[in-house]
Design a protein around this ligand. Structure first.
Ligand SMILES: [Zn+2]
Length: 464
């Protein structure tokens, strides 16, 4: 046996005694290392200076990182020392161990790292701990490292809001330039946002804020971010054109007889939402047929209105004046029939947020807030797998994911002690990044390995 076993047994200052494979009461096998403390013992009483004597042998069980795929436990024996004069007791201080949690430091790092990717239940299986303990370890880690884990205030900020089961609404803030998640707030309201932004360090750095159309954003942005301009992201706006189209389609389909409905329903919602340029010949024919039948023709008209609305952005990327003209023409082209009311509602929305919507053309990076949406999906997915985290855990897991930290490091956006990718508290090298496992197809997030579709709620209707 080599003298220095610390790399194998996880701690320094102990002698290896024996090894055995043991079974818990619940039938779980684990590997048990018996060790004996062989460091210094206190021979002089720290209180009165008299001699100390050995006073009974003790032992302590410590969780260490798994070995050969099994939980690994250290059983460490040591003597306590007692002062014969004053009764003072002394026990050796074991290195590399979190004494409160009875776990080695390297196991804490390993648990924390795994908690960023897996459910707490899964993480706990590698150890003789419960999922709740894993969750607590991760929560403590977040608290202890709060200083190291700060991001620089972005110049281009995205704000979005999502509903999360059991947690309610949360506000997601992204750095659009560096494509990172910047923060998550537990609430969505004007007061909470105003407070958050007024306490943001270097808040004058923020030049642009990209959001959905949500009025309560207006005041916090204006009052707390002195240099920021507000732009409505086109991603959100064109989404509402698709919703207006859907609404027309449903009205028509509800009015059809059962037989007519069977003929039209299949794949129609999907086809109508596709862009004109991406239709295949079958799909183009499907729309042509609809157009030829008076009862169904409004769906084709709605398709055209949706297309024309998308084209306000697509055909006028460089000129805000042309875009404004295109919008005017679009608004005038909406037929007067009642069925097209959803498109008139959309036009009114554009008027309500006119300045912010056309600010989009002035935003220098004009980066889509679709990135924020993507973040939202990750957070939701994260939440699904975790079966309802606390807010703190959800925030930590989403904010300190591998890719987020890596992107922030790359952009020089991390404040605090210098971190490198290989340095604790973050190990980036062990497993495949979770982001790689998901691909987005037509707004749905699909798990690449299982083909499972992650169900996402529809975008919430904004208030008029
Ligand atoms: Zn003493």
């Amino acid at each position: 046996m080599p003298n220095d076993l610390s790399s194998i047994i996880g701690i320094k200052g102990c002698r290896f005694v024996s090894w055995e494979e043991v079974m818990t009461a619940k039938g779980r096998r684990y590997s048990l290392f018996i060790l004996e403390y062989d460091g210094e013992y206190q021979s002089v009483c720290p209180v009165c200076g008299k001699k100390m004597y050995k006073h009974g042998k003790r032992h302590v069980l410590i969780n260490d990182t798994p070995m050969n795929g099994m939980p690994h436990v250290l059983d460490i024996y040591f003597y306590r020392m007692r002062c014969s004069a004053c009764g003072e007791m002394w026990s050796p201080k074991l290195q590399d161990i979190d004494e409160n949690r009875r776990i080695t430091q390297r196991a804490l790092v390993d648990i924390t790292d795994k908690c960023l990717r897996n459910t707490f239940e899964d993480v706990s299986k590698d150890y003789l701990i419960t999922g709740e303990t894993a969750s607590n370890i991760f929560g403590d880690f977040l608290d202890e490292n709060a200083d190291k884990l700060r991001f620089k205030t972005p110049m281009f900020l995205g704000i979005d809001e999502i509903k999360i089961k059991r947690l309610g609404e949360v506000t997601v803030i992204t750095d659009l330039e560096h494509r990172t998640l910047f923060d998550i707030l537990p609430k969505r309201n004007q007061t909470a946002l105003a407070e958050y932004f007024s306490n943001l360090p270097d808040r004058e750095t923020v030049k642009w804020v990209c959001t959905d159309m949500y009025r309560p954003f207006e005041r916090p942005i204006a009052s707390s971010l002195p240099n920021a301009q507000w732009a409505i992201d086109h991603f959100h706006l064109v989404g509402y054109a698709n919703m207006a189209l859907d609404s027309v389609r449903k009205t028509i389909q509800d009015s059809l007889t059962k037989r007519e409905r069977i003929k039209t329903k299949k794949g129609l919602a999907y086809t109508l939402k596709k862009r004109l340029s991406t239709l295949d010949s079958d799909e183009a024919e499907k729309i042509a047929i609809i157009r030829s039948k008076p009862k169904m023709a409004p769906m084709a008209v709605a398709f055209d209105l949706k297309e024309a609305f998308f084209n306000i952005y697509d055909e006028n990327p460089a000129s805000v004046d042309n875009a404004k003209r295109a919008f005017d023409e679009w608004e005038l082209s909406i037929p007067a029939d009642a069925i097209y009311e959803p498109f008139r509602t959309l036009a009114r929305t554009v008027h309500n947020f006119y300045a912010q919507i056309f600010n989009y053309w002035r935003c220098p990076i004009a980066v889509s807030n679709g990135f924020t949406e993507c973040m939202n999906r990750i957070i939701r997915e994260n939440n699904c797998r975790g079966r309802g985290y606390s807010f703190k855990i959800l925030r930590g897991r989403s904010l300190y994911r591998k890719t987020n930290i890596a992107n922030a490091l790359m952009g020089g956006q991390i404040i605090g002690p210098a971190l490198t990718e290989s340095e604790t508290p973050f190990h980036f090298d062990s497993t495949k990044d979770e982001d790689d496992d998901f691909i987005e197809i037509d707004g749905e997030l699909i798990n690449e390995s299982t083909g499972e579709v992650i169900q996402l709620p529809m975008a919430e209707e904004f208030n008029q």
